[in-house]
Ligand binder design. Structure first.
Ligand code: FES
Length: 300
């Protein structure tokens, strides 16, 4: 299903440096451990570093990972990248370095490289007795995605470091937005704020993509329905499907968009929020601010 590079497959089938590093009685050597993710969320990584105390040099690095092909390959790549570096040098290693070492990762799997970078920081900060959150100057501590426990700080950071311009990209990198979808509108707002702060490229409105429509001439009804269907298929349904739900376009009357919520969405107590925030906000952002989304009751 996923297109992996040869390097990813090589490190998945024959991972280098898998395992743990036990505490040692060796003189001048300490072991640092960092752990991120959770098995409940699908990925977890524990990284062990063997550090020469007087030089801060990483003598060995090993990992224990629960996760998919790219999580294991990213963890293995990380250990290869940091061996021989000092701790300060290792802190310069980014998720992009991990992905580059692997010859690239599928966009939807970039969160595995981010997990590697975070485990590395966690290990080094643990070793130095530093709270990771304290290290972020701009940490406002706001929890944005409750499904995956992702904070405002983490989202801003990954947007800045990887020049992300869409909420879908943020989902690919840190999973935020990939559950119920109710945080997607907030993620969009954060992207706009970061773009304003750092002059990142502004995402082109969907209405200007692919020649579907332009601002110059109003959409015809046929164009509008086609565009709504396209946004639902490409940007909304993948998020809902990941959470066991789905949505089907039922009808369009002017700016009223009627949809059928299905699966987990249809019976979910948060379906109203899913509708108003995830679907309506997305359609307003992409097509027209006056769109109103309504749920239609199924006939059976
Ligand atoms: S709150 Fe972010 S996906 Fe549910």
């Amino acid at each position: 299903m996923w297109e992996y590079t040869d390097k990813v497959l090589e490190l998945f089938y024959n991972p280098k440096n898998q395992g743990e590093i036990e505490e040692t009685a060796e003189q001048n050597v300490k072991v640092a451990t960092g752990e991120v993710g959770s098995i409940a969320c699908g990925d977890a990584l524990r990284l062990h570093l063997k550090v020469q105390v007087d030089t801060d040099k990483i003598l060995d690095a090993r990992f224990q990972t629960f996760g998919c092909t790219s999580a294991i390959a990213s963890s293995s790549a990380l250990t290869e990248l940091v061996k021989g570096l000092t701790l300060d040098e290792a802190l310069e290693v980014t998720n992009k370095d991990i992905a580059n070492y692997l010859g690239g990762l599928p966009e939807a799997k970039m969160h595995c490289s981010v997990m590697g970078q975070e485990a590395l920081e966690a290990a080094i900060f643990n070793y130095r007795g530093i709270e990771r959150e304290v290290h972020d100057d701009d940490d406002e501590g706001a929890l944005i995605c409750t499904c995956f426990g992702i904070s405002d700080t983490k989202i801003r950071r990954v947007i800045r470091e990887n020049s992300l311009i869409t909420a879908e990209e943020v989902t690919n990198y840190v999973k935020a937005g990939g559950g119920c979808g109710s945080c997607l509108a907030t993620i969009d707002d954060i992207i706009k704020e970061v773009q304003r702060e750092s002059a990142l490229p502004i995402a082109a409105p969907a209405s200007n993509k692919g020649g579907v429509a332009t601002e110059i001439r109003p959409l015809t009804t046929v164009q509008k329905i086609a565009l709504i269907q396209k946004v639902l298929d490409e940007e909304v349904r993948p998020v809902l499907l990941a959470d066991g739900g789905d949505v089907e376009l039922y009808d369009v009357e002017g700016d009223r968009v009627k949809v059928l919520l299905q699966g987990a969405c249809g019976s979910c107590s948060s379906s109203t929020a899913t509708l108003k925030i995830a679907i309506e906000a997305r359609l307003r952002d992409r097509i027209s601010q006056s769109i109103v989304v309504e749920a239609v009751e199924p006939l059976f």
